[in-house]
Design a protein around this ligand. Structure first.
Ligand code: BTN
Length: 269
């Protein structure tokens, strides 16, 4: 009896919530894969561009931004990270700020009242008191013969349970700090429907309607920051197009490239 089948990832519920807005949407759960982003990009290059959520318990070659690896945390009984990618055809007029809108959606789902202190660190990270809770990697493929539309692969990794800081650039935070009972499936069910709605809204409007809510959770605004080229300045927040504004001795710099890394000058220990 399908209705009584155990579904720890709530795939049926997620499909029921998302498919009316995104026809053809499916959910795939695999025990192990190199990287959910790599797999959806591979498929897109082969012309497979159906909307899909690909979830895995373990990545053997998870990828982060700037060519860095993304290592999931493991506990004995269950994965201590939630790792998934959402793939869908998308044609916004302007792509800038998509990762910020995605981060905002995830932050608001994980911490609706902001009482746990989940904030957004431009351009792609979720932080809790300067510790990294989650990362986002967005990639796009142009399917053959469809120049007007790209296939977007939105990869998200969230720390759910405790993990060691060793080897990480930023010390980790995890969801079970404020929700001890959080399981990968329950968190996935909460994140995905609002995430799809956010991405679809972004495709219509761009980043501007999200800017105020982003500002309310901006982890860098008002702080001294250093850019990857060594420039230092005071972060003035994010503009209507998702660009980071930094007031430097040479004047206001606006940073649009996610290839630039930016960190607060003084991070707490
Ligand atoms: C970063 O922090 O630099 C981004 C991390 C993104 C990790 C997620 S986990 C699911 C998806 N598959 C990957 O290989 N990367 C993303």
């Amino acid at each position: 009896m399908p209705g009584l089948m155990h579904d720890p990832w709530f795939a049926g519920e997620i499909i029921a919530a998302v498919a009316p807005q995104l026809p053809g949407f499916g959910v795939e759960v695999v025990a192990e894969i190199d990287s959910t982003n790599t797999e959806l990009m591979r498929r897109a290059r082969q012309g497979v561009t159906a909307p899909v959520l690909l979830v895995t318990e373990r990545q053997t070659a998870g990828r982060g931004r700037l060519g860095r690896p993304w290592e999931s945390a493991q506990q004995a009984s269950q994965p201590a990270s939630l790792t998934f990618s959402l793939g869908l055809p998308l044609a916004p007029k302007d792509w800038s700020g998509l990762s910020l809108a995605v981060g905002l959606s995830v932050a608001e789902s994980l911490d609706p009242t902001a009482s746990a202190g989940v904030r957004l660190k431009w351009p792609n990270d979720l932080w809790v008191h300067d510790r990294k809770l989650a990362g986002i990697l967005i990639e796009t493929a142009v399917p053959q013969g469809e120049a007007a539309q790209r296939y977007a692969v939105i990869g998200i990794g969230v720390n759910l349970g405790p993990r060691e800081a060793e080897g990480l650039r930023t010390p980790p935070a995890w969801v079970q700090e404020w929700r001890p009972d959080a399981t990968p499936g329950a968190v996935l069910r909460e994140l995905v429907p609002p995430l799809v709605a956010t991405v679809q809204a972004f495709a219509m409007t761009g980043f501007a309607p999200f800017a105020e809510r982003f500002a309310a959770r901006d982890a860098l605004r008002g702080r001294e920051v250093q850019l990857s080229d060594g420039t230092e300045g005071r972060c003035e927040g994010v503009g209507w197009g998702g660009e980071l504004r930094v007031h430097t001795p040479a004047g206001m710099q606006t940073i649009t490239s996610s290839e630039v890394s930016v960190r607060p000058v003084r991070m707490p220990l």
